[in-house]
Design a protein around this ligand. Sequence first.
Ligand SMILES: [Zn+2]
Length: 86
Amino acid sequence: MAPRKTRVTIETERIWVLEKPSGKKVWCPTCRRRVSALTPEEVAALLSVAAHPSCPIKTEKLHFVGTSNGEMVVCADSLVSQNAIQ
Ligand SMILES: [Zn+2]
C-alpha cells in the first residue's frame, strides 16, 4: 500500500474527531441543506492541520457560514467531501 493512502486515512480520522464534539447543525447556503458545523475552536485546529503541505484539505474550498449569534462556523460537509475525493 502506498504511504500516501495511509496519510489520507489519518487526516480523515482526525476530521471525524473534530466533528464530533459540537454536534451543531447550521444551514449551509452552498450545500443548500442543514449540515454539521465546526466551531471556531475546531476551525482553528483544522486550519493548523490544513497549513501542513501534505494535508489534502483546501481551506479555500471550505464553506464558511455565519450564525445568528455572530459566530463563524465551517460546514463539515465541505470538509468531508474533500477527503472523499482524495
Ligand atoms: Zn456546505
